[in-house]
Design a protein around this ligand. Structure first.
Ligand code: 5BU
Length: 487
């Protein structure tokens, strides 16, 4: 038998006082489970409770989590959270379980103020639903929550689920290791262990729908105090293209779109290969390409698939619905057949969106594999878009949310986090081009103006080393996003 580390000892104690049980249990969700974890019996067992709280606190410190307050998830983790707070003299807050109205601050007991950092303490993580419910209440009061410390991870996908909501879970032990300890200590048989593991592997869990809906509502009503992570935004979005784009942004750690305003197809293809690894979108003005043919499109599409980026034709449709439908789907370019993203001005009214959407539907396919950005404000000097224009753009984006994925804008049009904001007029070195273009830096666009994606043209295409320069822009823009998250 292995020597008893404090954690082993704790697992063994938990088995003894039936905080870990084996049998046939019907869970809240109605499914049968061969294992049941519940640390409530620990409430009147001060020794293991003290040990657990010490180990949890060590975990908080070892994980380098910055915090001002500790919050236990009601009810079962309240004892351990209190124990940590009393022993370590940390301020504690609690969330009332009965009150569902996130708008009222009485939901949280204990002194706190917006901006305070809170670490969550939980006993067991299954799907992560209880943790998320607590996180929602805390975030809606302006508290900053990024980490949770848990005793046992049931390994049913809860840790992954939480990542999508911007929460990193640090567990003391996972259930499979706990099972190994119990076999070593001859408390359960090898067969019990392997059967339990088979059941765990076959039963991954999702966050409870009701809580996902509450989270969605909370975000949509803008009661969260800051822009969410791309992961969370992907979960929030209802448009598949937005989800794919946000997921790609996280995967490539890039929020960079390159504007390739070159006039020969070979130049474009070569540049695409150079900058492909650093970008998530390649933006074109297809009407400036002198030697356009569909073979070029096939080649570009192959590069986009291989290097994983989306294609955006910056066509800025602006005519009546009937005309834009033809301009989008027909003619020499047949834009709708290859461009994942297009954009439109709303000067002619929402018929432009009706027309564009109908053109994709006519292709006999769902229009949701294509997305449209509304031009809400422009980077060019003295442009005629007044202050009410972005507001109208937002109004129509909501009505056409199955097709509109966001905005081209110089600042955020709306706090509605379903929509992406992409900002052109970005350059590291210069402030303008002598023809009315006005530039800001990636830090300004992402950090101060709330852009999700920066669009960079000549800053990259005109550089001596486009590949290296694209990486530099990617790094600056992504760092600005990471920085924004930590504010
Ligand atoms: P630049 O080389 O980084 O200046 O290129 C910017 C690109 O973005 C270029 O293709 C413009 O057509 C496009 N653009 C813009 O600069 N400003 C706007 O407000 C809009 C588009 Br909308």
């Amino acid at each position: 038998m292995s020597s008893a580390t404090p954690l082993r000892q704790l697992v063994s104690d938990c088995y003894e006082f039936k905080a870990i049980k084996f049998g046939d249990f019907v869970l809240k969700t109605g499914i049968h489970s061969p294992i049941y974890l519940d640390i409530r019996p620990m409430v009147n067992r001060p020794k293991p409770l003290k040990l657990l709280s010490e180990l949890m606190y060590e975990k908080i410190i070892a994980s380098g989590i910055g915090y001002d307050l500790i919050c236990g998830v009601p009810y079962s983790a309240l004892s351990v959270a209190s124990s940590i707070c009393v022993q370590k003299e940390v301020n504690m807050i609690t969330k009332r379980k009965e009150n569902k109205d996130y708008g009222t601050k009485q939901l949280i007991e204990g002194q706190h103020k917006p901006g305070d950092r809170v670490v969550i303490v939980e006993d067991i993580i299954s799907s992560g639903s209880s943790i998320l419910e607590t996180v929602l209440a805390l975030r809606s009061a302006g508290l900053v929550v990024t980490d949770a410390v848990v005793f046992i991870d049931r390994q049913q996908n809860g840790v992954n689920n939480m990542l999508e909501y911007g929460i990193t879970v640090h567990s003391l032990i996972d259930v499979k290791t706990a099972l190994e300890y119990l076999v070593d200590d001859q408390k359960i048989s090898e067969q019990q262990r392997s059967e339990t593991i088979a059941w765990i592997n076959a039963n991954p869990l999702r966050i409870n729908d009701e809580i996902v809906n509450e989270w969605r509502l909370l975000c949509l009503e803008n009661r969260t105090t800051k822009l969410l992570s791309y992961e969370e935004r992907s979960r929030l979005s209802t448009h598949p293209l937005t989800q794919q784009l946000l997921d790609l942004m996280v995967k490539k750690r890039s929020n960079l779109c390159v504007a390739v305003d070159l006039i020969r197809s070979q130049q474009i293809l070569e540049l695409a290969k150079e900058v492909g690894p650093a970008i998530v979108i390649l933006k074109l003005h297809i009407d400036i390409v002198e030697d356009f043919d569909h073979q070029f499109i096939e080649q570009l599409t192959a590069i986009a698939e291989e290097m994983k980026f989306f294609i955006f034709e910056d066509r800025k449709f602006a005519d009546i619905g009937q005309t834009v439908a033809l301009q989008y789907g027909k003619g020499v370019h047949r834009i709708s057949s290859w461009s994942h993203i297009v954009n439109a001005h709303l000067v002619s009214g929402p018929g432009v969106l009706e027309g564009l959407r109908s053109a994709v539907q006519q292709d006999g396919d769902s229009h949701q594999h294509r997305g449209c950005l509304l031009v809400a404000s422009m980077s060019s000097k003295d442009n005629l878009m007044n202050a009410s224009y972005p507001k109208s753009a937002y109004k129509w984006s909501q009505k056409y949310a199955d097709f509109v994925i966001g905005f081209i804008s110089q600042s955020r049009v709306s706090a509605d986090q379903r929509f992406l904001h992409m900002t052109p007029g970005v350059h590291i070195d210069v402030s303008g081009d002598g023809l009315g273009q006005q530039y800001v830096t990636p830090e300004e666009a992402i950090g101060k103006r709330g852009a999700d994606v920066v669009i960079v043209g000549r800053g990259i295409t005109g550089a001596a080393d486009p590949r290296g320069t694209a990486h530099l822009y990617r790094q600056k823009a992504y760092e600005a996003y990471v920085q924004r998250l930590s504010l």
